[in-house]
Write a protein that binds this ligand. Structure first.
Ligand code: DX5
Ligand code: ZN
Length: 213
């Protein structure tokens, strides 16, 4: 299982220090939660932060999660900033298929994210265009929320719907709830609070990897 710390949980005044700590602890990706204060009631990072992370950690894939109402206006900027993957929400206005096609045309892995209230069936038409599907296990907008275990059922449902790409979960993931997600076949774990605030992130990541072995 791949580990993608979410820098949303980093100290805003020490973003580079905290990101480096995750990279040195052995994370696979860095997850960048982009929030526009419209799609979700919070405001976070932009393309400049992605570009700075890419300059500092050119070998670490940046997994950009756009919680934005108008992602079409920013896809190129995040791709040029160095995003390895760009994930948009199935709930945005407009046509997810066009967004996913443009993300792939820009050379990034296209991802589709489902809010808790959005069933897998709503994503079915778009799965062939996705390299990744992100199952939200909290209501998007804030780190540090409580994990919603009932969301784990979306993982096998995605496989039953024929999805062969990467599955990812985001929100409230902790070592104690990861075994459930591993049993359901999770590929990528997004973890903010649990890793950014960990005393020994390298040990925690090693323990997580043993779960997914
Ligand atoms: C919600 C965010 C959070 C974040 C992870 O929109 O996407 O889920 O990445 O937060 P933690 O791991 O602190 O719950
Ligand atoms: Zn996220």
């Amino acid at each position: 299982m791949l580990i993608a710390p979410s820098i949303l949980a980093a100290d805003p005044l020490n973003l580079g220090r905290d990101a480096r700590r995750m990279v040195e602890a052995g994370c696979d990706w860095l997850h960048v939660d982009v929030m526009d204060a419209h799609f979700v009631p919070n405001l976070s990072f932009g393309p400049d932060t992605v570009a700075a992370l890419h300059r500092a950690f050119p070998e670490v894939p940046l997994d950009v999660h756009l919680m934005m109402d108008n992602p079409e206006a920013y896809l190129r900027r995040f791709a040029e900033a160095g995003a390895a993957g760009i994930t948009v929400h199935a709930e945005v206005p407009g046509d997810p298929a066009a967004l996913l096609r443009e993300i792939r045309a820009l050379g990034c892995r296209p991802g589709l994210s489902l809010k808790p209230a959005t069933p897998v069936e709503a994503a079915a038409p778009y799965l062939p265009l996705c390299g990744l599907v992100l199952v939200m296990t909290v209501e998007p907008g804030f780190g540090g929320q409580a994990f919603m275990p009932e969301m784990a059922e979306k993982l096998p449902r995605l496989r039953q719907a024929g999805f062969a790409g990467l599955t990812e979960a985001d929100g409230g993931l902790r070592p104690d709830n990861l075994p459930l997600l591993v049993r359901k076949g999770l590929d990528v774990a997004v973890m903010g609070t649990a890793l950014l605030h960990a005393a020994s992130p390298a040990e925690d990541m090693a323990a997580i990897r043993r779960l997914g072995a």
